[in-house]
Design a protein around this ligand. Sequence first.
Ligand SMILES: Cc1ncc(COP(=O)(O)O)c(C=O)c1O
Length: 440
Amino acid sequence: MHTTVADSATSTSHFEALRALYECHVVPSYGRFPLAFVRGEGSWLYDTEGRRYLDLGGGIAVCCLGHAHPAITGALIEQSRRLVHVSNLYYTEPQGRLAAELVRRIGPGKVFFANSGAEANEGLFKLARKFGHAEGRFEILTALNSFHGRTLAGIAATGQDKVKRGFEPMTPGFRHIPFNDLHAARAAISPATVAILIEGVQGEGGVTAARPDYLLGLRALCDEHRLLLLMDGVQCGHFRTGRFQSFQRILEGVAGGEAFLPDGISMAKSLGGGFPIGAFWVREPYANLLGPGTHASTFGGTPLACAVALKVLEVIEHEGLADNARALGEFLLNALRQLATKFPGVIADVRGLGLMIGIELRPSLPGLPGDPARSLSLRFVDQLHAAGVLAVPAGPNVIRFLPPLNLSRDEAQFGLERLESVIAKIAGGFETPKPPAPDA
Ligand SMILES: Cc1ncc(COP(=O)(O)O)c(C=O)c1O
């Protein structure tokens, strides 16, 4: 007879039973926090012990409409009653309509559907190789501190050694350049170079936005050298910054910005609001490079995934969530900057765009509890968990907030208050005490 989690719960906690199941049966490739969730509603998650958390991590920029959004539930039910899957040997309406909606929000071109961010990027790599093949060009320049996924080509493209370690030799054809450094990009171009790939806002690398002059400069550089300019919008895309793609936000009001378009963009995460779907858009002149038989994905663009993604777009538009991301992002950034001023011994920097926000911690925080072998960011997130807030570490000392785009002002305020209580506790005795208030 099999022991179920419920059976085990009679002798041990539900959480410990779950953890034991994972230890026995799940490949331990993830470092997990000691939390297990059973239910979500809006911006809130509920764990196995019935505790409630404000989800400011949003499933790492996935749950753009929060949890259990009735429109997503409705789209899943409705479409699954009609048609879940047919192969890409055939046409379906949701895939065609979603492609048209994505093209409408980016620019003239076409879309290929996949299942994840890494797979979307793989498609861009193949597009670039096909583009340069006749001339023997294959090399893609990517940025230091970038993140592009965990497939073999994804880790080769990612500009962080930690994802490559133990998996060498790397897939050839990728070289890294410093981010936001146009001179370095120009200097790195070789006769084999075929494309440059960057994130509009580096996420895993610690929430760093591309500068407008860097984007425009890369566009000109790529035109000059006949390179494809590719952008990874997996984390920073889908209205998170207040516009559909981050470059649209970064280049707002910048001379020449409205005309800017990359040649390819990868998407995933928020595209399905929690239902797995990835995609890449390719600009018009290159839209037919990947002809019949050159690229495929069994589950790419199923009617179910596309119906959900269409609904996500509809809700974002209908509820004005791009504007909410922009306004609430501004509110949070301002409040966090005030916290940084109040607690300079804890917060070194606050940065972000819309609802993609990073807090950089000071490199040494003696007041931060926990095993010193664990990074500052992990231990800080532990403290946030204890205070009922979820956030995502980015590297050793940055905390990321990637909340649902429909987060409310009250929820943001709640998160700020809990964050401040955590910071105040860590700051403890080593902050300069405020001067006493003058006598009334
Ligand atoms: C910028 C970026 N690209 C690609 C990926 C990989 O996406 P996935 O995990 O869906 O393969 C991620 C995931 O965090 C990401 O942040």
